[in-house]
Write a protein that binds this ligand. Structure first.
Ligand code: GLP
Length: 235
């Protein structure tokens, strides 16, 4: 793992956006994208950059089950407002939260990922070490699946909703098996509440109890952390 420690999320977003621009210049065409508060600065820098995604494809990690693309808390809405309205892609894929048949939706999304092998995948990390919505205990072999969110993830994500009870209980998530097939990965983590998860991901054992630890087995991972998120690293 290549670990880059930066001062704060602004410097981290700048660095990640530079890596996106480098990848684009080297011919990357399919970008795996993430949501949450962490990648916001990356998207801000990308919006300001000269990068042109109009011949590229984006494939997002996850979406809440039950939310329509127009719901302000949906990840589709987040992506439109943070990136796609300013830097459109040729085609942007996310799981469809309001899909009528979950089994069909999971199959459809796996076909999307298979047809569009990801060149560069952007990830955040949950406080419990989850990536995408692959919660602790998720098999490393999983492809797209419907997942029940853990109480700690529901609590952590409640800040984006009016009430905690409004947070969807289920999500569709790209599986770890699919994430690991990405040619390269950038994981960003900012703030002291990510420090334990970051230390377990980088220096702990590779275990399904900390889903992000699987990244130790990937050949091309760059971790961008601020000083607060790096605080519990020993080396
Ligand atoms: C959410 C998302 C993840 C994200 C994580 C951290 O549950 N599904 O993709 O990385 O939580 O979110 P944040 O960046 O807001 O801390």
């Amino acid at each position: 793992m290549n670990i880059i420690v930066v001062k704060d999320s602004i410097a981290g977003g700048k660095k990640a956006s530079e890596l996106f621009c480098d990848a684009c210049a080297s011919g990357a065409k399919v970008f795996g994208l993430a949501t949450g508060s962490t990648p916001v600065t990356t998207y801000q820098y990308l919006v300001k950059s000269k990068i042109d995604f109009s011949n590229c494809i984006s494939v997002n990690l996850d979406e809440y089950v039950g939310l329509k693309p127009t719901d302000e808390q949906s990840y589709r809405y987040y992506m439109e407002k943070n990136l796609f309205e300013f830097k459109p892609f040729k085609k942007s894929y996310l799981p469809e939260g309001s899909a009528v048949d979950p089994e069909e939706e999971v199959k459809r999304y796996d076909q999307v990922i298979t047809a569009n092998p990801i060149d560069l995948q952007l990830l955040g990390i949950g406080r419990n070490g989850h990536i995408g919505f692959n919660e602790p205990g998720s098999s490393f072999d999983l492809t797209t699946h419907k997942v029940a969110l853990t109480p700690s993830t529901i609590e952590a994500n409640a800040r984006f909703f009016e009430n905690e009870k409004d947070v969807p209980k289920y999500a569709y998530s790209m599986g770890i098996g699919s994430i690991m097939k990405s040619k390269s990965i950038i994981l960003e983590a900012f703030g002291e509440n990510k420090a334990v998860a970051v230390a377990k991901m980088i220096e702990g054992p590779v275990t399904e109890e900390c889903p992000a630890s699987v990244l130790q087995r990937h050949a091309n991972v760059t971790v961008i952390v601020d000083e607060a998120a790096a605080a519990k690293l020993k080396k």
